[in-house]
Design a protein around this ligand. Structure first.
Ligand SMILES: Cc1cc2nc3c(=O)[nH]c(=O)nc-3n(C[C@H](O)[C@H](O)[C@H](O)COP(=O)(O)OP(=O)(O)OC[C@H]3O[C@@H](n4cnc5c(N)ncnc54)[C@H](O)[C@@H]3O)c2cc1C
Length: 390
């Protein structure tokens, strides 16, 4: 049976690697990653060892040179085992698109090589305390000072904050005519002026993703760390970072759906009532919930598969498909994990089936910008002829 994302041989091989790493290295550590809020360093190292951190980096720079289909299949496989690990991976690959597409950054060849081997983990620092989830309108400004720029910013959430070597960040050009006139640049962890909040991440879900606020105080961005020209980030953000973030988080949601389905299917088939000799699977309401879980998961995966076709042959409707696919996936993961909780009862409420972790992890995607609300608004705006950002 062909994969729903229609993989070529190289992409299928990457997906198989991700499945086997997930089985051996990632899934067995998922409960501890969640329970202890530990960053999945071993898991990321295993992905790096097999070249998956350089999935989209060209082969000349030591990467696998693969595209969105491989990315979706790899992320889905990782998320079936551990969504925190998948989140760190998605942020790395999405942020890398800005580096790969940059025409201004210095030392790009070395950066790509280090990113491909896992020596250089990267991530996104878009959200700010002032603009909250509306990341497209950062309040921080990148002020030119000699041949460098200086920035003060309250970045409110940065995944992998204590582990990434760089944060791909967004700030406004001073005097910008509109908030969209922003600039992409690298913040190097450990450089003077970049402070990570000491309080570790203690969220409802994705508890291993090491998300933390990062304060930039008089942080100096050398000219070579600019990823775009001043005020000209739009092509890199809208054409690179955001579509990859959207399809990556969609695939993460699908991995959660698949894990919830598999756990529910197993539980309904293996558990029953001693006093009647019947199984949970003999209850039609539970069977219907399992069927609904499958329908919602496969509908959303199919839409993502169709969206991948649009990404390969871009047109004016491609962004609409990307936005809709992400919304569908977020909704599916929230609903499917909720159905799993209801189908498996108290057993799902306890930790031994891992369904409660999937239920918590699925809720993070909903509030991650562009949030589910933003996605619906953007799609509605496009269909009624309004500009995307009101
Ligand atoms: C686990 C996790 C990891 C994260 N990692 C990163 C990261 O690595 N990098 C990064 O940059 N950010 C990251 N984020 C931040 C994320 O992208 C959002 O910016 C953040 O979750 C927004 O939270 P908030 O309280 O500021 O939301 P608010 O902006 O206060 O939103 C509150 C509610 O209002 C709704 N809302 C807001 N604006 C609109 C609108 N225009 N129309 C309709 N409804 C609207 C939202 O959907 C939400 O339901 C992460 C978030 C989480 C949960």
């Amino acid at each position: 049976m062909p994969h729903v994302y229609r993989l070529d041989a190289a992409s299928a091989s990457a997906a198989e690697k991700a499945q086997s790493i997930t089985r051996d290295e990632i899934a067995p550590r998922a409960a501890a990653t969640d329970g202890d809020r530990t960053f999945p360093s071993t898991q990321i190292a295993a992905l790096a060892k097999h070249g998956l951190l350089g999935l989209t980096v060209d082969t000349a720079h030591g990467g696998l040179g693969l595209g969105p289909r491989a990315f979706c299949a790899v992320v889905e496989a990782i998320a079936e085992g551990c969504a925190s690990t998948a989140m760190v991976y998605v942020m790395h690959v999405a942020a890398l698109q800005a580096i790969q597409g940059s025409t201004t950054v210095a030392g790009k060849d070395a950066l790509l090589r280090e990113a491909a081997t896992g020596e250089h983990l990267t991530t996104l620092a878009f959200s700010e305390k002032g603009s909250r989830s509306q990341f497209w309108a950062p309040v921080s400004q990148l002020v030119a000072e000699g041949d460098a720029c200086v920035v003060n910013a309250d970045k409110s959430w940065v995944t992998s904050a204590n582990h990434a070597a760089s944060y791909v960040s967004l700030s406004q050009k001073p005097g910008a005519a509109n908030p969209g006139e922003s600039t992409l640049y690298l913040v190097r962890r450990g450089q003077a002026g970049a402070e990570i909040s000491a309080a570790g991440f203690d969220g409802l879900g994705l508890r291993g993703n090491d998300s933390a606020p990062v304060t930039l105080k008089g942080y100096r961005v050398p000219g070579g760390d600019l990823l775009s020209e001043q005020g000209k980030s739009e092509a890199l953000v809208m054409g690179g970072v955001l579509p990859w973030f959207a399809i990556g988080t969609s695939s993460m949601a699908h991995g959660l759906c698949r894990a919830a389905f598999a756990a529910t299917q197993k539980h309904l088939g293996a558990t029953g009532f001693a006093h009647t000799g019947t199984g949970l699977r003999d209850l039609p309401n539970l069977r219907a919930r399992l069927a609904q879980m499958s329908v919602k998961t496969e509908l959303s995966r199919s839409l993502l598969g169709h969206t991948l076709d649009h990404l390969e042959a871009p047109s004016e409707v491609t962004p609409l498909y990307v936005l809709q696919a992400r919304y569908a996936a977020l909704e599916a993961s929230v609903e499917v994990t909720d159905l799993a909780m209801k189908a498996c009862g108290g057993a799902a409420f306890s930790k031994h089936l891992a369904i409660e972790r999937l239920f918590r992890d699925a809720r993070a995607g909903w509030v991650m910008a562009p949030t589910a609300d933003h996605l619906l608004d953007f799609v509605g705006r496009a269909f009624t002829g309004l500009p995307l950002f009101g």
